[in-house]
Ligand binder design. Sequence first.
Ligand code: PLP
Ligand code: COI
Length: 352
Amino acid sequence: MINNIEIIKAKTTKINDVDFDNLKFGHVFSDHMLECKFKDGKWETPKVVPYQALSLDPSAKIFHYGQSVFEGMKAYKDENENVWLFRPLDNFKRLNISSKRLAIPELPENYFMDGLKTLLQVDNEWIPQKGGSSLYIRPFVFASGNGFHASPADEYTFIIATAPSGAYFSGKVKVLIEEKYSRSANGGVGYAKAGGNYAGQFYPTQLAIDKGYQQVIWTDDNTHEYIEEAGAMNIFVRINDTLVTGPTSDRILDGITRKSIIELAEAEGIPVEVRKLTVHEVVSAAKDGSLKEMFGAGTAAVISPIAGFGYKGTDYDLPELENTYASSLKKRITDIQTNKAEDPFGWRYKVE
Ligand code: PLP
Ligand code: COI
């Protein structure tokens, strides 16, 4: 544990203005944030400071060349006020994988982990206890160094900001299988949590929203024949009783929820296939009734059931089932995350 993390407390708290019974996702922010800079070739020791606006030079490279990566995590408080994270080292490792791809310096593990734990201790009151709510944690690193030269910056800023949050989606979502645009390509940055990956999705997603869908299902950039991801989630399809999800690649984020669901489903005796999945197969399964479920999986959305999908001008509805894999797996994973069930996998991490 780094024992010299300086804590500069906010003069007042905003917590009394927050309606913890009606939390939206990522809308109000806790009193403090963790911050440190990379300067002169090294990371400075992180500090906990009041949550505040940043001051950046207009030439800061983040604005021009988009060097920015982030993570998404959650902290949960159980009925005994214990605070838990879910597989946090995987988020730390993935942040560095993303940073490396964007030529951003990697962070030391103790700066991330000890910094996060200290921040959660300072803002403990902000961690919701109510079922379905949690403290959404957003670690991010961006190029705060200046200059118009198109090359990596010489200064970076690492921040962890947090937001008490409710559900990301309310209810089931209707998705559109993408035929033209791509979110990622071979050799690109699709496997990284790079800010620009999301910017590139907004326009095609808005076109889908205008047509009455909430999300785009991304297909491979080359042929648009393979199902890859669902917006900011990995995607699972249930055909008869088998759960299928695509293999991770250069183009697909290695989701922590995705890999946990694969392990959980296998442990429950659900047949799981990690293999390429064609749009053709999903459309045929929808037509012959063997397509039972589709759902997205990610930290923010947890497991988000899909009500139906559109493809080449036709809408396909999924059946309304009584007992779904989506609901049983969501209960299994959230029970583990919130310390309501045993954690045979060793995923839960106590913050103390
Ligand atoms: N895919 C993308 C593009 C994402 O942004 C996310 C969200 O983090 C995921 C998948 C799911 O990843 P995880 O389960 O690690 O949150
Ligand atoms: C997450 O699931 O944590 C994400 O990062 C998705 C985000 C884009 C809202």
